[in-house]
Every structure is written in structure tokens, then in C-alpha cells.
Ligand binder design. Structure first.
Ligand code: GRF
Length: 211
């Protein structure tokens, strides 16, 4: 991994790494992570959940467990880069004021600016529903089906300035079956995502991932 990734500290169950999870949708991955964290002593804890959409169903998974959660929507008044920057400034404020040590993207549908990425590089991870570098972007499952591949899967990677291009940490494969739809493939991939993401967060917060 290149030198500009600054990894988080090695944590312990007594002093777990404080995560913020960023979502935009239903948050099934968030729910799986919260269950995993409440199931036993872990080296990481979800201290904050942020959605860019007020309507994101996933916020309720955090509320149910009384985990601090915020909707931070885009400004209605600003446009373009100014709007993105103002939005990220508000996210950054929430991260700092909640002593967040690492940012976990879990179905967060916005591309972060290079300024934001530079602040968190090495402490900013994403999960993507394909075996990167194959099928980056927002339609990974559809693209895999259209390409008639027999195997797809998911990838956890550090986020860099590109789209789904950061250093790969770990992947899991699933078969693509004849007759699969985007929905059936998505569900098969999510089942493995829900195991892989907590495991990778264990590895990072325990110092098992090195540069
Ligand atoms: C996951 O499939 C993840 O790979 C992608 O977005 C999806 C999020 O699903 N980045 P959910 O909101 O966690 O159900």
C-alpha cells in the first residue's frame, strides 16, 4: 500500500476504535455490523451513523440501538462544487465533534471530494458489490450479469481519490447463476458482505492490516 494511507491506531475492547458509518439507503450492512458489534467484545464500535438522505431507512437501525444518528442532507441553495464542499464540511464537523477515528462507507451513494479523502485516507473504507477492479460504479451487479461472468462477489477497499479504485483489502466470491436478476445477485452478494465487512474491521482495528 502506498505511503499516503495513514492507518488507525490498534484498538482494544476496552478502548474500541470509534467508527462513523455513512449510509444512503436501507442499511442492511449497517444492521449486520451493529449486530456483530453487540454480539461480543470487539475492537471497534459504531459511535455515529450519518445519512445524506433523511429518508434512508437504515437510520432506524441506529435509533433502535440508541446509537447517535444524523441526516445531513445537501443544501437546497448551493450548487456544484460549493454544495459538495459545504455538505462535506458539515459531515466533517459531526465526525470531529464525535471523536470519530474511522469512516465506514456502507451503501453511501455519494463520491467524496479529494479534500475529504485526503483527510481520512487509510481510515476510510468502502464495500463494493463486485470483485474489483471488475465492474466499478453504481451498477456493478447489472454489469456483471450483462458481461455473463460466472463469478462475482464483493470487495472491501480503502477509499482513494478515484471511484472504487483504492487499495483492495479483501474480497469474497459468489456464483452468478443462470437466470439471476440484479435483485437475486444483490441478495447473494449482501449475504457475504455482511460477514466480510465486520471481519475486515476486526483486522484493521487489531493491526492485522499493514501498509
Ligand atoms: C451494498 O451492496 C454495498 O456493496 C453497496 O451498497 C449496498 C448497500 O446496501 N455499496 P444496504 O443499504 O447496506 O442494504
Amino acid at each position: 500500500m502506498s505511503g499516503d494511507y495513514l492507518l488507525p491506531r490498534i484498538a482494544s475492547p476496552e478502548d474500541p476504535l470509534r467508527l462513523a458509518v455513512l449510509i444512503s439507503g436501507g442499511g442492511s450492512g449497517l444492521r449486520a455490523l451493529l449486530r456483530y458489534q453487540s454480539d461480543g467484545p470487539r475492537n471497534h464500535v459504531t459511535s455515529l451513523v450519518i445519512s445524506d438522505l433523511k429518508s434512508a431507512g437504515g437510520l432506524s437501525h441506529a435509533s433502535d440501538l440508541e446509537i447517535h444518528n444524523l441526516a445531513i442532507p445537501l443544501s437546497q441553495d448551493l450548487k456544484g462544487l460549493e454544495r459538495r464542499k459545504e455538505h462535506e464540511d458539515r459531515i466533517m464537523e459531526a465526525l470531529v465533534s464525535n471523536d470519530i477515528e474511522m469512516v465506514v462507507l456502507s451503501g453511501y451513494m455519494r463520491i467524496l471530494t479529494p479534500t475529504f479523502v485526503a483527510e481520512w485516507k487509510g481510515r476510510l473504507v468502502n464495500i463494493h458489490p463486485s470483485l474489483l477492479p471488475e465492474f466499478p460504479g453504481a451498477h456493478a451487479q447489472r454489469d456483471a450479469i450483462n458481461a455473463r461472468v460466472k463469478v462475482s462477489g464483493c470487495t472491501v477497499h480503502f477509499v482513494d481519490e478515484g471511484v472504487d479504485t483504492g487499495t483492495i483489502i479483501e474480497q469474497r466470491s459468489v456464483p452468478v447463476l443462470p437466470g439471476d436478476t440484479v435483485e437475486t445477485l444483490t441478495q447473494r452478494i449482501k449475504a457475504v458482505e455482511h460477514e466480510l465487512y465486520p471481519k475486515v474491521l476486526d483486522d484493521i482495528s487489531s493491526g492485522r492490516i499493514s501498509t
